[in-house]
Ligand binder design. Structure first.
Ligand SMILES: Cc1cc2nc3c(=O)[nH]c(=O)nc-3n(C[C@H](O)[C@H](O)[C@H](O)COP(=O)(O)OP(=O)(O)OC[C@H]3O[C@@H](n4cnc5c(N)ncnc54)[C@H](O)[C@@H]3O)c2cc1C
Length: 541
C-alpha cells in the first residue's frame, strides 16, 4: 500500500511531536511511531529541561557551562543558537499547556551537575511525561496530522534501495519517505513524502545496562547510515552514573533500568560503597556534583575494585517529607521494589543513557541527504561535543524540531518537487521466520559485547575484540534479513548490530581520551590537539 503526504515524521518523542505540530500549520503530516505514541525516551525524562529563565542567569553562562561539559568539541555557534532560542521554545511548550512546577509565582528552577546556575524547569520528577502529555493532546486536535502507531520504519526511500536510480547515488542523494512495517497486520507500507523527518531517538538498547526503554534500538542512526548519510561522533555514549540496580530481578526492569535522576545528587544524595564508604572525594573536588562521566567512571572503578555489582545512593540524611515532595515517582517505584528511600540506601549502577553523536545536521536540521531532516537524540548537531550537559537534550530536541519546521517551510515555498517512481516492497523468495529465540540470543550477545568492550572504559584490545564479534553478527544478521519476511525483531536486531558497528568504528578513529570516550591506551589531550569530529559514512551502497 502506498501513502502520499507532504511530510513524514518518524518518531513520537519531543522532537517528532513538536516538529509535526508546527508543520501542521502549513502542511499535511503523517507521523509513524513503532509502539504507542507516548512510548519514547522523552516519556521517561525526569530531571527537566535547561533554559535561561532566572533573571540572574545569562545566555553566556549557559553557553559556557555547555562548552565546558563538551570538552572542547562543541560547535559554539550551535550552542549559542540552542541557548538563545531556549526561552522562546519553553514558552511554546507552556502555551500548549505544559505545566512546569512552580515555587510561588516563579518556576522552581533546579540545579544539576555541571550547571553554574539553577536553570532546570521540571514537572516534579516526571518532566518528560508531562511534555509528552501536552504535545500529544495538541497533536490529537489537528486534523491534518495522521498518527500511525505500531508502525516501524524499515528503511528510508533513497537511491540506495531503488535499483533504477542507484547510479545517481554519488551525485545528489535524495530522500522521498520510508518503507514502514505495519506491525499489526505485517504489511509493508510505502510512505512517499516531500520531506522526511527522522526523530527516532536514541540507542541505549545496544548496551546490557541502559536507562532507555525498549524502543531505543538506534533505528534512525542505522537507517540513515544505510542510506549513505553522514554519522558523527558516535563514540560519545553517555553512561548515567545512577540507574536503579534490580536487586529483586523484577521483570519490569529486566530490559531497561529505572533512572535515579541527577537531581537526587543535586538535592544532596551521597554515594557510598557497599561497605558504607563515601568515595567521590577521591575522584573530584565537586564530589557527587561532578559531571556524569567522572561520576560514572568513579563508580565503575569502585565496582571493579571491590568486585561489587552496585554502589549505594544515600538520601537518608534528608527528611522524609522533603524526599517524597521532590521525588514522588522515584520514591514510589523504589518502594514497589522494597526500598524505602527515606530510610534505605538505594542500590545503583551506571547505565547507557544518551548518544551525543548521530546523524550529522546543520543549524537548519538538514542532513547530508536532500529531503531528509533530523532532530532530537538521533542527531549530531554539535551542541553536545564530547559530553552532554544534563537537561540540554530535551532543549536541543525542541530547538532543532523548530528549526526543522522552519527549514521545511522555506523549502516548500521555493521548491517544485518531482518524486521518481518508487519501487514497491519486494519480499519475493523470502520465508517466514519462526525461530525468534535465535534473535533474542543474538541481541543478548551484542549487549554483553558492547558493555564489556565498548563501555565506560575502553582500550584498543577491547575494541578489536568487539570488532571481531560484531562483524560476525553483522554478516549473519544481514544474511538472515535477506532471506526472511520482514518483522519487528529482525528490523531491530539489524539496527542494533549496525549501531554497534558504527560506535566501534568511531571509537577506533579517536586516538585520545576525551569527554565520554575514555581509553586506557590514550591520555586526555588538550582541546587544541583534539581530533575533531569522527565521521562515518557507508561507501558501498
Ligand atoms: C530515563 C531517562 C531520563 C532522561 N532525563 C532527561 C532529562 O531530565 N532532561 C533531558 O534533557 N534529557 C533527559 N533524557 C534524555 C531525553 O529524554 C532524550 O534525549 C529525548 O527525550 C529524546 O527525544 P527524541 O524525541 O529525540 O526521542 P524519543 O523521545 O526517544 O522518541 C523517539 C521516538 O521514535 C520512535 N521510533 C524509534 N524508531 C522507530 C522506527 N524505526 N519507526 C518508527 N518509530 C520509531 C520511538 O517509538 C519514539 O516514539 C532522559 C532519557 C532517559 C532514557
Amino acid at each position: 500500500m502506498t501513502i502520499k503526504t507532504d511530510v513524514l515524521v518518524i518518531g513520537s518523542g519531543i522532537a517528532g511531536l513538536f516538529t509535526a505540530l508546527k508543520i501542521s500549520e502549513f502542511a499535511n503530516v503523517v507521523l509513524v511511531t513503532k509502539k504507542n505514541k507516548s512510548e519514547s525516551n522523552t516519556n521517561y525524562a525526569q530531571g527537566g529541561i535547561a533554559s535561561v529563565i532566572d533573571p540572574n542567569d545569562t545566555f553566556e553562562k549557559h553557553v559556557q557551562d555547555t562548552l565546558i561539559a563538551g570538552a572542547g568539541l562543541c560547535d559554539k555557534v550551535a550552542v549559542e543558537m540552542m541557548v538563545k532560542d531556549g526561552p522562546d521554545r519553553i514558552n511554546d511548550l507552556i502555551n500548549i499547556g505544559t505545566e512546569f512546577t512552580k515555587k510561588g509565582d516563579s518556576f522552581d528552577l533546579a540545579k544539576e551537575g555541571g550547571h553554574s546556575m539553577s536553570r532546570i524547569l521540571h514537572s516534579k520528577d516526571l518532566t518528560g511525561a508531562e511534555i509528552e502529555r501536552a504535545l500529544i493532546k495538541s497533536i490529537e486536535a489537528k486534523s491534518n496530522i495522521t498518527v500511525l502507531e505500531n508502525a516501524i520504519a524499515i528503511d528510508l526511500l533513497t537511491e540506495h534501495n531503488q535499483q533504477d536510480l542507484k547510479r545517481e547515488i554519488y551525485k545528489n542523494q535524495n530522500c522521498w519517505g520510508a518503507y514502514i512495517l505495519d506491525i499489526s497486520n505485517n504489511q509493508v507500507l510505502k510512505i512517499i513524502a516531500k520531506a522526511t523527518v527522522l526523530a527516532t531517538g536514541g540507542l541505549g538498547q545496544v548496551y546490557l545496562h541502559t536507562t532507555n526503554p525498549l524502543i531505543a534500538t538506534g533505528d534512525g542512526f542505522a537507517m540513515a547510515y544505510r542510506a549513505g548519510a553522514e554519522i558523527g561522533n558516535m563514540e560519545f555514549i553517555q553512561f548515567h552514573p545512577t540507574s536503579f540496580y534490580n536487586v529483586k530481578n523484577s521483570a519490569e526492569f529486566n530490559n531497561h533500568s529505572f533512572l535515579i535522576s541527577e537531581a537526587v545528587r543535586g538535592f544532596g544524595g551521597l554515594l557510598r560503597t557497599k561497605d558504607g564508604e563515601f568515595f567521590m572525594h577521591n575522584y573530584d573536588e565537586r564530589k557527587e556534583l561532578a559531571p556524569r562521566d567522572i561520576v560514572a567512571r568513579a563508580i565503575d572503578n569502585e565496582l571493579k575494585k571491590h568486585g561489587d555489582d552496585f554502589v549505594f545512593l544515600d538520601l537518608t540524611h534528608k527528611t522524609a517529607n522533603e524526599i517524597i515532595e521532590h521525588f514522588p515517582n522515584i520514591y514510589n517505584i523504589c518502594l514497589s521494589q522494597g526500598i524505602d528511600i527515606t530510610k534505605d540506601l538505594i542500590p545503583v549502577v551506571p547505565a547507557a543513557h544518551y548518544a551525543c553523536g548521530g546523524v550529522v545536521v546543520n543549524l537548519n536540521a538538514e542532513t547530508s541527504l536532500k529531503g531528509l531532516y533530523a532532530c532530537g537524540e538521533v542527531t549530531m548537531t554539535g551542541v553536545h561535543g564530547a559530553n552532554r550537559l544534563a537537561s540540554n537534550s530535551l532543549l536541543e530536541a525542541l530547538v532543532y524540531a523548530f528549526r526543522c519546521y522552519e527549514s521545511i517551510k522555506e523549502s516548500f515555498n521555493k521548491t517544485v518537487f518531482s518524486i521518481p517512481e518508487i519501487l514497491d516492497w519486494d519480499d519475493s523468495g523470502t520465508l517466514s521466520y519462526d525461530e525468534k529465540v535465535l534473535i533474542t540470543h543474538t541481541i543478548k550477545e551484542i549487549k554483553q559485547t558492547m558493555w564489556d568492550y565498548v563501555g565506560i572504559v575502553r582500550s584498543d584490545l577491547r575494541l578489536d575484540r568487539a570488532t571481531k564479534r560484531i562483524s560476525n553478527i553483522m554478516v549473519e544478521t544481514e544474511l538472515l534479513y535477506k532471506k526472511t519476511k520482514v518483522f519487528n525483531e529482525i528490523i531491530e536486531l539489524r539496527n542494533l548490530v549496525t549501531c554497534s558497528h558504527i560506535i566501534i568504528e568511531s571509537a577506533k578513529l579517536r586516538k585520545e581520551s576525551r569527554g565520554l570516550h575514555y581509553s586506557m591506551d590514550y591520555k586526555f589531550s588538550v582541546p587544541e590537539d583534539s581530533i575533531k569530529n569522527t565521521i562515518i559514512k557507508k561507501l558501498d551502497q
